[in-house]
Design a protein around this ligand. Structure first.
Ligand SMILES: [Zn+2]
Length: 470
């Protein structure tokens, strides 16, 4: 039996229209006028909006950072995603040096399989590059459905790769038509800065952003684009955070460089004044120790303007949650020992809606493009995901615009705070559907059964014109 959502407003990257959405099983049958047929179940959604299910392409669930493990695992993390209107995530398999990609992917399937409430895919974080790993990359694409890879220009000694390795990987990526993502911070500069600050007795959270200032990001962005130009192949920069880096990307694009960019809600609405802590708790700034760090208000504004101008392609979260009590406070006496990362998987859409659409900077269709369609296109999921259209998966959320307050007390994220505590959003998620099934409604899950599916993705260049971009 088909279901029809009647009298709602359907939002897509192209625009918003008053239309019915008719779906059966896992797929959308049609979007249009007066679609109900005899025997259909008709749900009236008058006055409400239907958005494509969000796709968060940057999460870290059940991540072991060596001395502790993230607060959210694949169960709590994917539930939290759904509660916020996100129906698909792409998480990172962490490659441990000296092991094979296959071993690491297998380990991650052990962590995620049978636990996910929304659909998910894996990127592979590549911490080493040599002929064996280069040969193994094709197997990831063809057998594992993993078509995007990430390299870190920071985290010296564990993940950081050299420029030479980046160039080798990018040449291989070009052969296979796959996309590489890059964490752009100069890890050598970070190590030097941390050593200097700590030796000067500068140990509080407020020194974290100093140790990883915008020049640290800018240097890595420059080097990366130089390599991309040399190889003549696109690169994707994760969590772009500063005005300096944004200006560099703009300048280089004008000169012909092929750069895709992602930013995150924390770089749009939070700033480095939070590192000062509060009068009651001088260590409260530890909650915001993430990398890259929070910047200044002018950085927030530059990135928001870039989103509105179409210069940033996606908004993801870099969700990597650690409890304030028991985890973040491991670095009470030394900011460099605070586990890096913060929660956000649940509130991405609400925060972005508020700072972008509600403030009048960009439209609801642009919001849908940033949070669903472009992630689907770039990461090989389009048109299965990312759009409400005939033949696509019936992934969407229904919302109205009544105000809601974000608070840790009500969240599904399994962590003891949210960086957005007390913030109001006018995006009120009422119900969420994944592949035609209503999973979440009125603040509650309708089932305790994790039914998320692992997604084998297309490669970046499976689409036409050297990528799946419109
Ligand atoms: Zn990350």
């Amino acid at each position: 039996m088909a279901i029809v959502l009647k009298n709602g407003t359907v939002v897509s990257a192209k625009g918003e229209i008053k239309a019915d959405v008719r779906f059966e099983g896992e797929k959308i049958l049609d979007v249009g006028q007066n679609l109900a047929q005899t025997g259909d179940e008709v749900i009236d959604v008058s006055g409400k909006y239907i958005f494509p299910g969000g796709i968060d392409v940057h999460t870290h669930l059940d991540l072991d950072v060596g001395f502790t493990v993230t607060a959210d695992d694949f169960s709590s993390g994917t539930k939290a995603a759904l509660a916020g209107g996100t129906t698909t995530i792409i998480d990172f398999v962490n490659h441990i040096r000296g092991t094979t990609f296959s071993e690491c992917v297998k380990h991650y399937h052990g962590l995620a399989d049978g636990k996910c409430f929304c659909d998910w895919g894996f990127h592979l974080g590549v911490s080493d590059w040599n002929p064996e790993r280069s040969a193994e990359l094709e197997k990831m694409v063809k057998e594992e459905g993993i078509t995007t890879f990430k390299m870190y220009m920071a985290y010296k000694g564990t993940m950081q790769v050299t420029d030479e390795q980046i160039e080798g990987a990018l040449r291989r990526a070009k052969e296979l038509g796959v996309l590489f993502l890059f964490h752009c911070e100069n890890g050598d500069m970070v190590v030097d800065n941390v050593q200097r600050l700590i030796s000067e007795g500068k140990t509080e959270p407020k020194w974290h952003p100093v140790s990883r200032d915008a020049d640290v990001e800018l240097d890595a962005v420059r080097r990366l684009i130089d390599i991309s130009d040399k190889v003549d192949y696109p690169v994707y920069i994760v969590h772009l955070s500063s005005k300096k880096a944004m200006l560099e990307v703009r300048k280089r694009r004008q000169a012909g460089s092929k750069v895709l960019c992602e930013t995150c809600p924390q770089y749009l609405v939070l700033d480095d004044s939070l590192y000062e802590g509060t009068t009651e708790d001088s260590f409260a700034g530890g909650k915001y120790v993430l990398s890259p760090p929070l910047r200044k208000k002018e950085d927030n504004e530059e990135l928001l303007a870039a989103l509105a101008a179409g210069e940033i392609q996606t908004v993801a979260t870099d969700h990597c949650s650690f409890n304030y009590k028991g985890q973040k406070d491991m670095g009470r006496d030394n900011f460099s020992k605070i586990p890096n990362g913060g929660p956000g998987i649940e509130h991405r859409l609400q925060v972005l809606w508020e700072c972008g659409v509600e403030k009048g900077l960009f439209s609801a269709p642009r919001f849908a493009e940033l949070t669903a369609e472009m992630p689907a296109r770039i990461f090989g999921l389009f048109p299965q995901k990312g759009i409400i259209a005939k033949g696509s998966d019936a992934d969407f959320f229904i919302a109205d615009f009544s105000p809601v307050t974000i608070t840790a007390a009500k969240q599904f994220q399994n962590v003891d705070y949210t960086p957005y505590e007390g913030m109001t959003s006018h995006l009120n998620v009422l119900s969420v559907f994944v592949r035609g099934k209503k999973i979440f409604e009125n603040g509650k899950f309708r089932s305790d059964k994790p039914e998320g599916k692992f997604l084998h993705r297309l490669t970046y260049c499976d689409g036409k014109k050297g990528g799946n971009l419109p």
